[in-house]
Write a protein of this length. Structure first.
Length: 367
């Protein structure tokens, strides 16, 4: 079994720099777990501690029920794929893929068989006699994947493997790695700063900030039910719109008053929002939950907001509208048929059943 367990794992670098702070994470056998967060959040350091490339300062790490804190990297039965491929330039593709097996004195016939099988899976058999300099970035990344596959490890570790590729190749390789996981049925821990990669690839994702895991859940749960403002803003493209305002209770109704606009809180949210009456909180709404009133037949008057359209950004299948209330700016993602005039006022509708509210002081979701 290839479970991975991190229990109160921490890392402090010289100068008392806390890179990872009390991480608790359980990765199930055959699970695709993604660690995602901005640069410097501690995700790569966490991965390197799992791999044994970085000593831990506190806590415990288990791989396949074995305590590996003091176990050398070579004995942990893991394979790591790096951002820069880490291929030997003087070796052929075959030699690069077989290098680890040769160090372990695997019989030549078995090495040839394993390399051939991996090359078939990745579609790089015709490159086996070439040197890395003769390959494209995507082909080199396939070789790096092949080198990991031939080892047949308990756990695969990926450290931002697609960040050096162009946008089209990233999408293609994202699909290839996903298919590879389905085919190999192995445990994968994947580090990225790209939330699109996290959302599309992971069975679960762990969102990190400042060395601390903020939330662990399946991608849709993280998107629909973020634990706090950071997670809400980090997951999703474009980012969630935020605006601060005051909760006002009037005639058995509750409103969010931004200063320039006022919208009614839906009845289902009353129990959790009512205690904030008279207090300032943060409203979050995703771009796809803001509609042009021209295309909404039954828009509740209390959810209609007058804004100024500052920028119209066509993307082919959809359009981004950059809107201004006079106090806050936010983005609406609408259909390609929507073409409002720039620098003119327009009415939009907030889908108040989809909004999120956050405590102003703690930035935690109000639930």
């Amino acid at each position: 079994m290839a479970q991975v367990s991190l229990r109160d794992v921490g890392k402090i670098f010289p100068g008392n720099i806390k890179a990872v702070d009390g991480v608790n994470l359980g990765v199930e056998n055959k699970e695709f777990m993604v660690l995602v967060g901005p640069s410097g959040c501690g995700k790569s350091t966490t991965l390197r501690m799992i791999a044994g490339l970085e000593d831990i300062s506190s806590g415990d790490i288990y791989i396949g029920n074995k305590h590996v804190n003091d176990m050398p990297a070579k004995d942990r039965d893991i394979a790591m794929v790096f951002q820069n491929y880490a291929l030997y330039p003087h070796m052929t593709v075959f030699e690069n893929m077989s290098f680890g097996l040769r160090l372990r004195h695997i019989p030549k016939a078995e090495i040839t068989q394993r390399v051939s099988e991996a090359a078939d899976i990745l579609g790089i058999k015709r490159f086996l006699n070439r040197k890395p300099r003769e390959l494209s970035g995507g082909e080199r990344q396939r070789v790096a994947l092949g080198r990991a596959i031939v080892r047949k490890p308990m756990v695969f570790l990926f450290d931002e493997p697609l960040s050096n590729l162009d946008a089209k190749m990233r999408v293609q390789m994202r699909t290839e790695i996903h298919k590879l996981h389905i085919r190999l049925q192995t445990t994968i821990i994947y580090v990225t700063h790209d939330q699109v990669e996290a959302m599309t690839m992971g069975d679960r994702i762990a969102v990190m900030k400042d060395g601390i895991i903020q939330q662990v859940a399946d991608p849709i749960t993280v998107y629909d039910k973020p634990k706090n403002k950071f997670v809400a803003g980090f997951i999703g493209s474009p980012s969630m719109n935020f605006m601060s305002g005051t909760i006002i209770k009037k005639e058995n109704r509750i409103y969010f008053d931004e200063g320039k606009i006022r919208v009614k809180v839906v009845d289902d949210m009353y129990p959790r929002i009512a205690p904030y009456a008279g207090k300032e909180i943060i409203l979050g709404i995703r771009s796809e939950d803001v509609y042009d009133k021209l295309f909404v037949s039954l828009a509740p008057p209390e959810n209609i907001v007058r804004v100024n359209c500052e920028v119209y950004e066509p993307l082919g299948s959809e359009v981004y509208l950059y809107l201004n209330t006079g106090k806050h700016t936010f983005i609406a993602r609408v259909g390609a048929h929507d073409k409002p005039k720039v620098n003119q006022d327009m009415d939009v509708v907030f889908d108040m059943s989809k909004v999120h509210f956050f405590d102003k002081a703690t930035e935690e979701t109000i639930v």
